[in-house]
Ligand binder design. Structure first.
Ligand code: SF4
Length: 720
């Protein structure tokens, strides 16, 4: 069979870089960056290229697996697996069935939609995802400010003169909650045109090293932002006209910020007052400026407040909804609009069974999962479906969660590997990879400074017996008599789909949205508009507008008066109780970090990414190490009030005294991934708390940054 070249795009993270797949006899031979992609222009990162290892990984799950009486997995036929799962689900009340979907679901046009549709069909509160370990505080800040969880302002990178990044490391992450291929070029261009890039982070990250760095102490972001606002107001630098035009409730912020002069907060933030004053003045004076926060800003004890204040800084300096500032966008495929209309874009529409946490996009804090399984009472979670997720490594206290799985009546996983979570499952069902499915960009792709769309077909047929995640979820639902999408206007269809042989499938649904969207052809009514044929004729994608639109605030803000609300009572309460979190027994503060060749917990079995004897290591300041008798490269034990781990010490001044940085997603054991199991390391989330009082109130965020710890010399188990 001839060698084929297929144009496609990567679906691991936000840039969605263009790729060329070489395929022979239905098997992937290699992935290369696509030189003709209009935005990524021949660039892709090691994770995208190394996906060949994962696609062809002999450790992949390619057939349905069932746990036998001896506790081992054995191959089983699809029909048998689906029938048994459905029949067992039929015996469990719908509100006691849960679903957890992992991060890869967000990069598929169908997966998250079907997972949420399944939960809505059940009417269960047990919907969990990565958001409570990653982004939900950002969504909640949007809900409070703009009246919509799905309106996420993003930085206008190609036009800004001042980019202030809080807890973001785009030279490693390649941009999160913003879809901007070649983000490094964007940052360099800001400096080249005379602008500034300032990184607020406790660690001198790869991005901080390349630009300016404000080394804030872990969990000090709220105080730093209030001090920046303090200077803006105290020195008359605010854009009062923009504030009056775009917002209501500024008095709350003005009054709160007055109490946080940079001199007062210096002891908490660790940032010299003069530096804060200088940055505030320069930010306000810049021709255009934008404050942008990412994962690091979402994981502290004041996560929603921090996300809120980041946008406030942009607004009060007159930079919201203007070129070079923060922009709102509407997806080319208007999935957000539909989510809002269908009632899927909810915040605080329901409360969790334990702790009374508000839902965010229908989901609840994943840190509660273990207790939701083990705490008796109506609505206790008795069955769980996990799709493309590994919560044992991604939520606090994975050991407790692993133990809790034993109390489930049924656990089903849809995945490409047996991992630390689904090794406890009754069934592991093989899912297709992103190269084995067609796709359209929805969700994150709307946060794009350049409006662009690309569609792709599957570039290889499904390996083995793998099936698309949406189809597996749908098959389970149909056999178990669960009506999918029991939400809003789709409710009527829900009942119908279980009774008559019609099947909602993602492709016609999304293609209809594409054609009805802002750039769509309206089924022939708009000449030159987008339709599936046009996308097929332009396989490298189409740039629809060099710059995302400005002047969208009236459309984006959903509050009745169309103004940004700066004084919601939830934020007033957060400001009133803002207190530094200290634990005298655990004087150091731990933060998480990303690595260039890791993506959460699922790429440590790719030999290309694990080359060079990669090791998990805790970054410790030499002064702290010396005080604890720890030497470089030696084992270190890290203890918190909730657990302890052992890994290797990497002494470095990239973290200041008092800060320890540990990569997440390590500590593999017991899965099918042999190389990952051998890679060592520890699960940093074992140090984190699942206690209700430690979960952030507004967004249900796990407290993963600024966690009080101590470090001690570990036991040297190396062979002598
Ligand atoms: S940056 Fe993200 S989208 Fe681009 S190649 Fe790497 S993993 Fe894929």
């Amino acid at each position: 069979m001839p060698i084929e070249k297929h144009v496609t795009y990567c679906r691991i993270c936000e840039p969605l870089c263009g790729l060329i797949a070489t395929v022979e006899d239905g098997r992937l031979q290699s992935l290369r960056p696509d030189p003709d992609h209009p935005l990524s222009r021949g660039q892709a990162c090691p994770k995208g290229i190394a996906f060949t290892d994962i696609q062809n990984d002999p450790d992949r799950v390619l057939h349905p697996l069932k746990r036998n009486a001896a506790g081992e997995f054995e191959r089983v036929a699809w029909e048998q697996a689906l029938d048994d799962i459905a029949s067992r689900l039929r015996g469990i009340p719908h509100d006691e069935i849960g679903i957890y979907f992992g991060n890869p679901a967000a990069f598929s046009y169908s997966h998250a939609l079907w997972a949420i549709g399944f939960a809505k069909g059940l009417g269960t509160k047990h919907l969990y995802g990565p958001g409570s370990q990653d982004t939900n505080s950002r969504f909640v800040a949007s809900s409070l400010l703009y009246g919509s969880v799905v309106q996420l302002p993003f930085p206008d990178l190609p036009r800004t003169d001042f980019l202030l990044m809080v807890g973001a490391n785009p030279l490693v992450s390649h941009g999160s909650a913003v879809c901007a291929p070649r983000i490094k070029d964007h940052l360099s261009a800001i400096v080249r045109r005379g602008g500034r890039v300032v990184v607020v982070d406790p660690r001198r990250t790869e991005t901080a090293r390349a630009y300016e760095h404000l080394a804030v102490r872990p969990d000090g972001d709220a105080w730093l932002l209030l001090s920046l606002l303090h200077v803006v107001f105290a020195e008359g630098l605010a854009d009062e006209a923009a504030i009056a035009r775009q917002s209501t409730g500024i008095d709350l912020i003005r009054t709160a910020a007055a109490a946080y002069s940079p001199e007062d907060t210096e002891a908490i933030t660790g940032v010299p007052a003069d530096d804060v004053r200088r940055v505030a003045r320069d930010f306000a004076a810049a021709r255009s400026a934008v404050a942008y926060g990412r994962t690091g800003s979402c994981l502290g004890r004041n996560a929603t407040l921090v996300c809120f204040l980041i946008d406030v800084l942009t607004l009060v300096t007159g930079n919201l909804d203007r070129a070079g500032g923060a922009l709102f966008s509407r997806g080319v495929i208007p999935a957000e609009d539909i989510a809002e209309r269908a009632g899927m874009a909810s915040y605080a529409g329901a409360k969790s069974r334990l702790g009374g946490f508000p839902d965010v996009l229908g989901a609840f804090p994943a840190a509660l999962m273990a207790d939701e399984i083990t705490t008796p009472g109506k609505g206790r979670m008795r069955a769980l479906i996990v799709t493309a997720g590994n919560p044992v490594l991604s939520v606090p206290d994975g050991k407790a969660l692993s133990e809790a799985f034993g109390r489930l009546d049924l656990m089903v996983s849809i995945d490409i590997y047996v991992n630390e979570t689904n090794r406890h499952a009754d069934y592991v069902l093989p899912a297709t990879t992103w190269l084995e499915r067609e796709d359209y960009p929805i969700g994150v792709s709307s946060a794009a400074p350049t409006t662009f769309i690309q569609a792709t077909e599957a570039v290889v047929p499904a390996y083995g017996e793998a099936r698309p995640d949406w189809q597996i979820i749908d098959d389970i639902a149909r056999r178990a008599g669960i009506g999918m999408f029991h939400i809003g206007p789709l409710r009527r269809l829900a009942g119908l789909t279980t009774k008559v042989p019609i099947r909602l499938t993602p492709r016609p649904m999304i293609e209809t949205l594409l054609r009805l969207g802002s750039y769509g052809d309206r089924f022939g009514l708009r000449r030159g508009g987008l339709n599936p044929r046009k996308l097929r004729e332009n396989p490298h994608g189409i740039v629809l507008s060099e710059h995302a639109a400005t002047g969208r605030i009236n459309d984006a803000v959903r509050h009745r008066n169309r103004k940004v609300r700066l004084d919601p009572p939830e934020i007033a309460a957060e400001l009133a109780r803002l207190t530094p979190y200290v634990d005298a027994d655990f004087p150091l503060k731990l933060i998480g970090m990303r690595e260039l060749r890791s993506h959460n917990s699922w790429q440590h079995n790719a030999p290309t990414l694990m080359k060079g004897k990669r090791r998990h290591a805790a970054r410790i300041n030499p002064a702290d190490a010396s005080a604890a008798g720890i030497v470089d490269g030696a084992p270190v034990r890290i203890r918190s009030r909730y657990g302890e781990i052992e890994t290797v010490a990497l002494l470095t001044d990239e973290v200041g005294p008092g800060t320890v940085a540990v990569p997440h997603g390590w500590g593999h054991e017991g899965g099918s991934w042999k190389l990952a199991n051998k890679s060592g390391g520890a699960n940093v989330n074992q140090l984190m708390s699942t206690a209700i009082e430690d979960i952030e109130r507004l967004a249900g965020m796990a407290h993963l940054n600024g966690v009080p710890v101590v470090v001690e010399a570990g036991e040297d188990r190396r062979e002598r």
